[in-house]
Design a protein around this ligand. Structure first.
Ligand code: FPP
Length: 238
C-alpha cells in the first residue's frame, strides 16, 4: 500500500486577485499587477529552494485580451520589463525559462525578449519555470490536434495510430514531470481554461489569499495539504 506521501515535483499556479488587492487599497488595478510580480518571484525562489522540477505560472490567458486597453498594455510592458530585469538572476540560479502559449500575438519587442530569455537559459538544469502567456488549455489541445492533422495530411500518420500516449507528446510541457498540484489564489474555485489535459490527475488547492499576499507560509500550507492527499490515479487504495 503506497499513499505517495510526498512533496510535489511540478506545481502550477493560477495567480488570481491582483486587481482586487489593489482596489481594496484604493489603488488602480495595475498596482496589484506590479505587486504580483514580487509574489511570483517569491514563488519561483520557493520552488527552486524546495527542489521542484517545475513551476508553471498562469500570467496571461487568451481571455485576458478582453480587459481594458490600458490594463493589457500595462501588463505587456510589465512582462517585457520583468523579463529584462530578471533573466540574469534566473540564469545565475540555473533556472530554465519557457513561455507556453501563442506568443505570435505579442508585440515583437516582447517576442524578442521571450526568445532571448529562453535561448539563454535553455541548457539550465535547475528548476523548469514555465510562464503561461496567451495560453489556454483548449488552445493547447487544439494546437496538438493541428500538428497531428498535418502529419495525417502528409501521409506520415494514420488516424488509428493516435492514442493518449502519442497525443500527449504534442501538448505543452510533455517532457516535464506531470503537474502534481494546482494552486489557485483569489478565492475562486475554477480552472479558467488553464492546463486541462495536464491536470487530469493533479491535486487542487484553493486559497482566498489574493495573489500579492501569497507568501512562503501559504505555499508551505499547500504543500502540506498535498502531502496528506491520497493520490489514487483512478485505482482503489485502502
Ligand atoms: C490575476 O489577477 C493576474 C493576471 C491576470 C496577470 C498578471 C500576473 C502577474 C503580474 C504576476 C506575475 C507575472 C509574471 C510574468 C511571472 P486579476 O487581475 O485577475 O485580479 P482580480 O481577479 O482581482 O481582478
Amino acid at each position: 500500500m503506497k499513499h505517495l506521501l510526498s512533496t510535489p515535483k511540478h506545481v502550477a499556479i493560477i495567480m488570481d486577485g491582483n486587481g482586487r488587492w489593489a482596489t481594496k487599497k484604493g489603488k488602480l488595478r495595475i498596482f496589484g499587477h506590479k505587486e504580483g510580480i514580487k509574489s511570483a518571484k517569491r514563488a519561483i525562489y520557493f520552488a527552486k529552494n524546495h527542489n521542484f522540477d517545475a513551476l508553471t505560472l498562469y500570467a496571461f490567458s487568451k481571455e485576458n485580451w478582453n480587459r481594458s486597453k490600458t490594463e493589457v498594455s500595462f501588463l505587456m510592458e510589465l512582462f517585457v520589463k520583468t523579463l529584462d530585469d530578471e533573466i540574469d538572476n534566473l540564469h545565475k540560479r540555473n533556472i530554465r525559462l519557457k513561455v507556453i502559449g501563442d506568443i505570435s500575438r505579442f508585440k515583437i519587442k516582447l517576442q524578442n525578449s521571450i526568445n532571448k530569455s529562453e535561448k539563454l537559459t535553455y541548457n539550465n538544469q535547475g528548476l523548469n519555470l514555465n510562464i503561461a502567456a496567451n495560453y489556454s488549455g483548449r488552445w493547447d489541445i487544439t494546437q496538438g490536434a493541428r500538428k497531428l492533422a498535418k502529419k495525417i495530411e502528409k501521409g506520415s500518420l494514420k488516424s488509428n495510430q493516435i492514442n493518449e500516449n502519442m497525443f500527449c507528446k504534442y501538448i505543452c510541457m510533455n517532457k516535464l514531470s506531470p503537474v502534481d498540484l494546482v494552486i489557485r489564489t483569489g478565492g475562486e474555485y475554477r480552472i479558467s481554461n488553464f492546463l486541462l489535459w495536464q491536470i487530469a490527475y493533479s491535486e487542487l488547492f484553493f486559497t482566498d489569499t489574493l495573489w500579492p499576499d501569497f507568501n512562503d507560509s501559504i505555499f508551505e500550507n499547500a504543500i502540506q495539504a498535498f502531502s496528506k492527499r491520497k493520490r489514487k490515479f483512478g485505482k482503489i487504495i485502502s
